[in-house]
Design a protein around this ligand. Structure first.
Ligand code: HEM
Length: 399
């Protein structure tokens, strides 16, 4: 599935499935049989339904869901509890610890840092011989913001980035090299947390360490939540900025919107819908038979909500392939219900500022390679352009 253009193009692969049925069984690469939800109203229903659990331990027989096999997101559950593998009161407790640090008000405090970092990275992009929007701009921005938010000590950042990337992009989660990286990664997190204990600061990790001291988080939850935050935020934010830039290059009329903060925020909302950086939400498991119209997902069924498909359902989004920032219906790129992305305000702010800074500095920005030839990478739950070579053209000042 990696890099397969048919999988990549939500307009074709998911559209075909959605037209067949909004809820259907599908055999995934690797042989897992899952229930795929592609209709927008069914996706909303599923994301809000507490009978669809994320905690695999609640399945009467765990083999019911995974047929005894491991799948990529299992790397989390192997290491303990975090938000995306917990439900109900346990999930609520973890969420309460985290929510105040990622609120809209908390996100706004990052605006000066993000603006400064964008300007610095744009200088680098401008100076690059072959400017690449992924490596020179979007990814370093997302990494720097996440690292600063959490308060990762500088000397450990490089190792953390490397191990995280190799874990996330590993095609086989059971390969011996992945086991080695996993052990190294969790050893590294222990060092990072030890560092925070000795040198507390005004950052998210220090706050989590404090919550652990107060008995609100176990030691294992502390590591899992921290890593979930680190690994969960960087790739989709990078994808949103990069794929969003591609949409803007395709439709130059959109560039004007990036001159005003509130227009840029509205445009970012629509870019979230059209790019859907997480094409599918986390696995869910039916605790009992659940009806979606005439289709019943049986108890024990594995459920995948295809956010990218729902976000292009013409019943909710007429002419779904067109970027149209004035739509009324709410998009699902950040999910919905109890697991709605708590990083949404920060991610949205980051993308909006990054795209505005980019286009306002290089109004004539264009792709340096034909769109079809752009290298892509991705597993089922995530996908991103590997590189996005661009020609920056004259800066606004030069023009
Ligand atoms: C454009 C960027 C982002 C997108 C598209 C995105 C998307 C999502 C989605 C769809 C979910 C729900 C998954 C589900 O219900 O199965 C989610 C959950 C989550 N996201 Fe994000 N996310 C983004 C950025 C971030 C950032 C920057 C952070 C942290 C700083 C973050 C932290 C989390 C966490 C901790 C959860 C789990 C919430 C829970 O289970 O209660 N995300 N995200």
């Amino acid at each position: 599935m990696t890099g397969d253009p048919a999988f990549w193009d939500a307009t074709t692969s998911f559209r075909r499935l959605r037209e067949r049925a909004p809820v259907q069984q599908a055999v995934l690469p690797g042989g897992l049989v899952a229930w795929l939800i592609t209709g927008a109203s069914q996706a909303r229903q599923a994301l809000a339904d507490p009978r669809l659990a994320l905690d695999m331990r609640r399945l009467p027989d765990p083999r019911m869901g995974f047929g005894g096999r491991r799948y990529p997101d299992d790397i989390f559950s192997a290491e303990g509890r975090h938000l995306l593998n917990s439900d109900g009161a346990e999930h609520h407790r973890l969420r309460t610890v985290l929510a105040p640090l990622l609120s809209r008000t908390a996100a706004q405090r990052w605006k000066p840092y993000i603006t400064r970092t964008c300007a610095e990275l744009l200088d680098r992009l401008d100076a690059a011989e072959r400017p690449d929007l992924v490596a020179d701009y979007a990814r370093p921005l997302a990494i720097r913001v996440t690292t600063a938010l959490l308060g990762i000590p500088e000397e450990l950042q490089h190792r953390l980035t490397g191990l995280t990337r190799s874990m996330i992009s590993a095609p086989d989660p059971d390969a011996p090299a992945v086991h080695r990286d996993r052990t190294a990664l969790f050893g590294l997190w222990s060092r990072i947390i030890g560092h925070k204990r000795r040198s507390p600061a005004d950052d998210l990790l220090t706050h989590l360490v404090l919550a652990h001291r107060q008995g609100r988080l176990s030691a294992q939850e502390l590591v899992s939540v921290a890593w979930g935050l680190y690994s969960g935020g960087i790739t989709p934010t990078t994808t949103l900025i990069v794929s969003g830039a591609v949409e803007i290059m395709r439709a130059p009329g959109l560039r004007e919107m990036l001159r005003d903060d509130s227009d840029a925020d509205r445009l970012t909302g629509e870019l979230l819908r059209i790019t859907s950086p997480f094409p599918v939400a986390t696995w869910r498991f039916a605790l009992q038979d659940i009806a979606f119209g005439d289709t019943v997902i049986p108890r024990g069924g594995v459920v995948l909500v295809a956010l990218a498909a729902a976000n292009r359902d013409p019943e909710l989004f007429p002419d779904p392939g067109t970027v149209c920032p004035d739509r009324r219906a709410g998009q699902l790129a950040f999910g919905l219900g109890p697991h709605y992305c708590p990083g949404a305000p920060l991610a949205r702010l980051q993308a909006s500022l990054a795209l505005s800074a980019l286009i306002n500095r290089f109004p004539a920005l264009r792709l340096a390679t034909a769109e079809a030839a752009l290298p892509r990478q991705g597993v089922l739950v995530e996908r991103c352009y590997e590189r996005l070579p661009v020609r920056t053209g004259a800066t606004r000042a030069e023009a």
